[in-house]
Design a protein around this ligand. Structure first.
Ligand SMILES: Cc1cc2nc3c(=O)[nH]c(=O)nc-3n(C[C@H](O)[C@H](O)[C@H](O)COP(=O)(O)OP(=O)(O)OC[C@H]3O[C@@H](n4cnc5c(N)ncnc54)[C@H](O)[C@@H]3O)c2cc1C
Length: 431
């Protein structure tokens, strides 16, 4: 039961909910919201609960609205390049279904096998392929949304292009369940790349790996995947998976090119990073490549074996990646914390994972708290953001105004008030 009240952030509910509703269909969602609107009951919508920001953690007295059972892929149209799906579809299931028709669904968070499309939309999830294909917003064409009062609207359109009126679909993307409940989505699919080529490079320092990212950025190549992993994370992966990655260097970069000419493009990547790398291998064998990518996907569970972690999610301009890496290392040393760093380097998105000890729900240690605060400040000082893809949730609310400024924060609140006048939709999150 407690599982349905929290997510993967380690945050515990503030108290028992008033009710858990497992939605059977769209009418069930509408009826639940109508009732909540009338009786002023907060509603916390949830998909798979794989979120890392405390977005789907139940508040005392709230209705927990689980939409994960609405999980049908309603249609895939290869000519239009679109899929129409319900919100509970697991991200990887949509990708597999698309591939069976010669297409693919580009956004692929590390949690693809767990997360739902609705949760991805509500958090504007990124993923490994973001370096080339962007984030969930780039794949959303239209949404069916149940508003706070239970009314159902369709925003956006099923065409690839279209600019009539304000772009409300984009406003819903990333709104963390605070503006409406997504009950359907029309998503863009792309032709499945015929070839991939993958390079794994190890570096004598994390700094050097960050320099390699800059070298790739100006090389003319555009890898679909460009992931960075530090030494501490490599050691954790080795311990969990029985691999021997750590002995090969202090940092690891994984680059994958795709499409016609993938090998040629990877040659450009290899040329850019060879002078910086200590050890470089590459393959065009999809199975071997999948092994390397799978190791990267398992980074977070591997770190979590060491204890509770505070998972941060900053992004900085790619040109400041090396400064961010150096800054995080300094913060770890000065606060006496253990920080594991990996991330989507192609997007300038780093996940510093601060080991905080204790069990889920225990208070975060003061040292870990200080390290997190200093990492947020570092990101902002480098022209970055405090959350690139996980969302603000309940964990980072106190920092929103510091990033966007008081005026824009107030504007966001006015938008929220307009769409949700009684403030029932996930009131503890996002703003
Ligand atoms: C191992 C691991 C790796 C991860 N890797 C990545 C990564 O690479 N990139 C990334 O972006 N994230 C990653 N995540 C975080 C997480 O998987 C994403 O945030 C994901 O989008 C959450 O989807 P979910 O279905 O689990 O949503 P939940 O956790 O259930 O909810 C997340 C938020 O969305 C809202 N919500 C959920 N469904 C709806 C809906 N239908 N309508 C309106 N609001 C809704 C909730 O209220 C909440 O605010 C990772 C998590 C794990 C555990």
């Amino acid at each position: 039961m407690t599982e349905i009240l929290t997510d993967r952030s380690g945050l515990l509910p503030s108290g028992p909910p008033s009710e858990v509703v497992v939605a059977r269909d769209v009418d069930h969602v509408r009826e639940t919201l109508r009732r909540a609107h009338r009786d002023r009951i907060p509603v916390v919508t949830r998909g798979a609960g794989s979120g890392l920001a405390g977005g789907a953690v139940a508040d005392a007295g709230a209705i927990v609205l689980d939409v994960s059972a609405l999980d049908r892929i309603l249609s895939i149209d290869p000519v239009d390049g679109v899929a129409h799906v319900e919100p509970g579809v697991i991200t990887a299931d949509l990708d597999r279904a698309a591939r069976a028709r010669g297409l693919f669904y580009a956004p692929d968070p590390g949690s693809v096998e767990l997360s739902t499309i609705g949760g991805n939309i509500a958090t504007n999830a990124g993923g490994l392929r973001g370096a080339k294909y962007g984030v969930t917003r780039d794949a959303v064409l239209a949404l069916d949304v149940v508003l706070a009062d239970g009314s159902l609207v369709r925003v956006g359109r099923p065409t690839i292009k279209g600019v009539t009126g304000y772009d409300i679909a984009s406003l819903i993307v990333g709104s963390e369940g605070t503006l409406g409940v997504v009950v359907g989505a029309t998503l863009r699919l792309l032709p499945a790349p015929p070839e991939t080529a993958t390079a794994a490079a190890f570096f004598p320092s994390l700094d050097r790996a960050a320099e390699a990212v800059a070298a790739i950025a100006v090389s003319g190549a555009r890898p679909a995947v460009l992931e960075i992993v530090d030494a501490a994370t490599l050691a954790a992966i080795d311990e969990a998976e029985g691999t021997r990655l750590r002995e090969r260097g202090e940092a690891f970069l994984l680059a994958q090119t795709d499409g016609f000419g993938a090998e040629r493009e990877l040659a450009v990547v290899r040329e850019a990073i060879a002078p910086l790398a200590a050890d470089l291998e590459w393959t065009s064998d999809p199975e071997r490549a999948e092994g390397l990518i799978a190791a990267r996907r398992r980074a977070l569970p591997a770190i979590e074996r060491r204890g509770r972690v505070l998972i941060e999610d900053i992004a900085v301009p790619r040109s400041r990646l090396a400064d961010a890496v150096r800054g995080i290392q300094r913060i770890a040393a000065e606060t006496g914390t253990e920080i594991f760093v990996f991330g989507h380097a192609g997007d300038g998105n780093l996940h510093p994972n601060i080991l905080t000890g204790g069990a889920p729900g225990d208070p975060i240690s003061p040292a870990a708290e200080e390290a997190a605060e200093r990492i947020f400040a570092l990101a902002l000082s480098l022209g970055g953001t405090l959350t690139a893809e996980h969302g603000i949730g309940r964990l980072k609310r106190s920092w929103v105004a510091r990033e966007v400024g008081d005026e824009v924060h107030a504007l966001q609140r006015r938008i929220k008030d307009l769409l949700d006048p009684h403030g029932i939709l996930n009131p503890g999150a996002a703003l």
